[in-house]
Structure formats: C-alpha cells, structure tokens
Design a protein around this ligand. Structure first.
Ligand SMILES: O=C(O)CCC(=O)C(=O)O
Length: 316
C-alpha cells in the first residue's frame, strides 16, 4: 500500500470516528509533535539550558516565590565555588540614604562578583535563569558568589532599593534567584519573616531558631529559590523581606542573581584615549596595590583591552 492510500485511510478513519480527533491519543500525538519542535529539540541541542518546569515547586504568592529542585548540577556548583574561592571579600550592603556600598554588621558573609558570561558554564546558567524567570539576560546583574562561615548571616532586608542612585541603571530589582552551592550542616536557611504561609510550615529541630521566625528554605546543593521583590503591577512588595540565618554547622556557599526591570548592561566604555577612572573605587583599589595585583582589570590586557582604573594607576 503506497503513502497516498495510507493517508486516505487515515482521513477516512478520522471522519468516521470524530471522537478520535478529540481523544487523548490524538492530543498526545500532536503535543509530542509540537514538543519535538521546541522543548525536545532544544534539549538535544548544545543550546539546551536545562530548565525543567516539572522540578519547580510554588511556595507562595505573597511574595511570589518558587523553588527549583536540582537547578544546578554538582559540577556546576563546584565550578562556581572554584571560580570564587580565592577572590572573596567582606560583603557590603547598599546604604539606604546615599546608595553607596558600605560594610555592615547586618551582613557578615564574604563574596565576590563573577563576570557575566565569564565562561561557558556561567553563560549556560545565566541562560537557564533567563528561561526560568522569563526575564532577559541583559536585565541581570553579574552573579554574586557568597560564602558564610560559622555564625555568619544576612539580616532580613529587601532586594528592591530605597534610594534613587541604585535605580539609575536598570531600575528596581524585580526578582532574585538564589542558588545553593553547598549543603549546610545546620542553619543558613533563607528566611522570609513576613511570608503569608509561615504557620503552614511545620518545623522540627533540624531547623535553626532563626528559621522558626518565618517561612524558611533549607539550603540544598543545586536547588534554586526564585522570588519577586515587585508585585505584578510593579509596586514594591514588602512581603519579600528575607535574610540568611546564621550558619550553625558547616559552611554555606550560594550564588545570587539579581534581575532588574530594565537593561542592566553598563553604558559603553570610555573612549580609548581618555584618561579616566571608570569605577568609583579606583583610587582606593590603586592605593591597596590592585594596579600590580590585578592589572588586566585595572590597567588593561595585552589584547588591547582597556583597564577601568587607568587614571588611578598613573597611566596618563
Ligand atoms: O544567602 C541567602 O540565603 C540570602 C542571600 C540574600 O539575601 C541576598 O543575596 O540578597
């Protein structure tokens, strides 16, 4: 029997049994065919970012918060830690009035920022975050890697800003993705003191005292927490107040991706010949020897890349 006969027979079958066209068999056939054109094809290709909606648990609508189990592989977690571990500095917070980064007892971890698309692994994770959040890559800040040792914490705070300075580039932070890069013996939970479902979360003594004060998420290597700091109507959401409980046993590694309402790409670099500093911290960094210790960033690279602190490094 040739193909045309087979096709006629199939159409005859559909017309004779109209219910079949609504049946789950046909729906499944069509769905699978559709998926083959998008989801499955992407999965097979090198571009597949690994976002899996079936691993997402919705935690709350106030704030909008979701947990993605196994968002990162063990290898990805270890890779991010390795990129950061020699470059950690005391974490800072944004001053509510001036918007400047300052040291504070509120936040006692250490951390560092990776570059966006720093390498293939970072780029793949950033693409996965964009796919999960439906927010474009360019609205994201560079990923921040955080390390908490025994007793270190981040007191409850908002990720949206209270000052205007920090909103100049990209506007408010709309969403945060917190990725846990390690398990923690005890403590280190991310806690939401004003979460709508606090009382619906039973807690035994595996949770720290701090975690009992709110809805809490235990750090598990590879899991990722997504929550929104703005309501769908773009006003700030106070129920997004959150913090990191002190680590009681072990250590905690996490990676944070803050995502803004608009493009967060820095404006084009200063013109090649101009003798300028392009970061407000340049004088301080230069004074502490960064021109010699970190010449690629401060002064420029051998391939013609221009540095960010040429004025403070006395290059001109
Ligand atoms: O590490 C955590 O659990 C919280 C981190 C955090 O609040 C932040 O980076 O904004």
């Amino acid at each position: 029997m040739d193909f045309q006969h087979l096709l006629s027979l199939f159409i005859f079958f559909l017309l004779s049994f109209p219910n079949f066209s609504n049946s789950s068999v046909l729906a499944r056939f069509l769905n699978e065919k559709n998926m083959d054109n998008s989801y499955i094809r992407l999965k097979k290709s090198d571009l597949w970012t690994g976002f899996d909606p079936t691993r997402v648990i919705q935690l709350s609508w106030q704030p909008r918060a979701f947990l993605h189990k196994n968002f990162l592989s063990d290898e990805e977690c270890d890779h991010l830690i390795n990129l950061a571990k020699d470059k950690l500095e005391v974490s800072m917070v944004a001053d509510n009035d001036s918007g400047k980064s300052v040291k504070s007892e509120v936040r006692t971890s250490s951390g560092m920022f990776l570059d966006k698309k720093q390498d293939e692994v970072v780029e793949t994770i950033e693409a996965r975050i964009a796919a999960w959040t439906f927010l474009p890559h360019e609205n994201g800040e560079a990923m921040q890697i955080l390390h908490y040792e025994n007793g270190q914490k981040y007191e409850p705070h908002y990720d949206y800003f209270h000052d205007k300075k920090n909103q100049k580039l990209g506007g408010h932070r709309v969403a945060t993705v917190l990725m846990y890069l390690s398990d923690v013996g005890k403590g280190g939970e991310t806690v939401f003191p004003d979460f709508e479902g606090i009382e619906t979360q039973p807690k035994d003594d595996t949770w720290s005292e701090c975690a009992h004060k709110g809805y809490a998420v235990k750090p598990r290597k590879g899991d990722a927490l997504l929550f929104f700091s703005l309501h769908p109507n773009a006003t700030t959401d106070p129920s997004s107040l959150h913090g990191s409980c002190p680590v009681i046993e072990g250590e905690k590694w996490s990676a944070t991706k803050w995502i803004h309402v608009r493009n967060f790409e820095k404006p084009a670099r200063a013109e090649r010949g101009k003798c300028v500093d392009e970061n407000a911290n340049c004088p301080q960094w230069a004074a502490s020897g960064e021109c010699q210790k970190n010449p690629v960033y401060m002064v420029g690279g051998s391939k013609g890349a221009i540095g960010y602190c040429r004025k403070s490094c006395n290059l001109c």
